[in-house]
Design a protein around this ligand. Structure first.
Ligand code: OSB
Ligand code: MG
Length: 377
């Protein structure tokens, strides 16, 4: 196939409820969408999971945009591509910027699957027709508010509850939630808010039987997590620290984690995600699908990824209505009363992308074609 154009768009989409983590609060998402078109006019969509600022990772919308425009899109446009799995290689001279790379590569995966008339999840090698879902609940104003939210999500059927923690919103909160819900699958996500000086705190957390504690220490650390894991019983799950399959290999080998949160954008797209999934599965490390407050396009890609064999735990992929008044795909993503999402049968990501709604939400747009590429390179 030959990609004839790459269109970048930014849409701004307010969240139904603000989302607060140890690194900040988000009220409106700035979402970078990528639309690719091939020589037959087949279209594919990808979403960049970079945030509104460089807080979860150094990547954010304003690093991803120029990286895509000036470097990544010109590397892909006009080239003969055998398969979407080869897009990564075309972009290999760019270091890092995995969320930007994932946005364009995933768009090509969607396009390729549509051209073949196949559901993306099947094209990727997925093995399950429905995925298990949990929710990630941000830091609230009070424990009562948190407990109320948990009640609501459990009633909706979600299989696992993740609460965000930070210094001052940790042990006491976990204790209260556990007291109220003694049996549920419960976990905490610290987003790197702690250090090894907090070992005593995590030893206290051990008594509350959490499924796992996610990314307690530095965003780029593996070594200290291994030290912490030696001193606590609660399984450590790594998120931010796992950017490559080598990271996953090293973390597993060192004993830095027993579980991996796999995020499609963080690792650089479907081809890289499959490699991380393979490394983990080969070594008996369960993975689950992380979320980045995605719009429907990114959510649909997450659903496809989460059908791979290694995704044996409920992920942070939940219903569109938890995030948006109205999603940009049709139908919106819905969750069954038993907390599952059915992988769609339609070609590509399997949802219709609502272009007229996207047009209305677009705050900037740029198209890279072969002509521009010839000028630039
Ligand atoms: O650490 O998993 C995280 C959202 C933004 C950035 C980082 C994280 C999250 C979430 C939300 O936990 C998951 C979701 O519901 O999309
Ligand atoms: Mg996390």
């Amino acid at each position: 196939m030959i990609i004839t154009s790459v269109e970048l768009r930014q849409i701004n989409l307010p969240l139904v409820h603000p989302f607060e983590t140890s690194f900040g609060r988000t009220t409106e998402r700035h979402i970078l969408l990528v639309r690719v078109v091939d020589h037959d006019g087949v279209v594919g969509w990808g979403e960049c999971t970079a945030g509104e600022g460089p807080f979860y990772s150094y990547e954010w919308v304003d690093t991803a945009w120029p990286t895509l425009k000036t470097y990544l899109a010109p590397m892909v446009v006009g080239r003969e591509i055998n398969s979407a799995a080869d897009v990564w290689t075309l972009m290999r001279s760019v270091r890092g910027h995995r969320m930007a790379k994932a946005a364009i590569e995933n768009a090509v995966w969607d396009l390729e699957a549509r051209a073949l008339g196949r559901a993306l999840w099947k094209h990727l090698g997925g093995v399950r027709e429905e995925i298990s879902c949990g929710v990630s609940i941000g830091i609230q104003h009070s424990p009562e508010e948190l407990i109320e939210k948990i009640e609501k999500e459990l009633a909706a059927g979600y299989q696992r509850i993740k609460i965000k923690i930070k210094p001052g919103w940790d042990l006491k909160i976990i204790e209260e939630v556990r007291k109220r819900f003694p049996e549920i699958q419960l976990m905490g996500d610290a987003n790197s808010a702690y250090t090894l000086a907090d070992v005593p705190l995590f030893r206290e957390v051990d008594q509350f039987n959490l499924m796992m504690i996610e990314q307690p220490l530095a965003h780029d650390d593996i070594f200290d997590h291994a030290e912490l894991q030696k001193q606590i019983k609660t399984p450590i799950c790594l998120d931010e620290s796992i950017r490559t399959n080598a990271d996953a290999q090293h973390a597993i080998q060192l004993g830095a984690c027993q579980i991996v949160n796999l995020k499609l954008g963080r690792v650089g797209g479907h081809a890289q995600a499959r490699q991380v999934e393979t490394v983990c599965r080969d070594q008996g490390i369960p993975v689950w699908c992380g979320g980045m407050l995605e719009s429907g396009v990114g959510r649909a890609h997450n659903i496809a990824m989460a059908t791979l064999a290694g995704f044996t735990l409920p992920g942070d992929v939940s219903a569109s209505s938890r995030y948006w008044e109205e999603d940009i795909i049709d139908p919106a993503v819905t969750v069954s009363p038993s907390g599952t999402i059915k992988a769609p049968d339609a070609p590509g990501i399997g949802f219709e992308v609502n272009l007229s709604r996207i047009d209305r939400l677009t705050v900037r747009k740029e198209t890279i074609t072969k002509l521009d590429t010839a000028k630039r390179l």
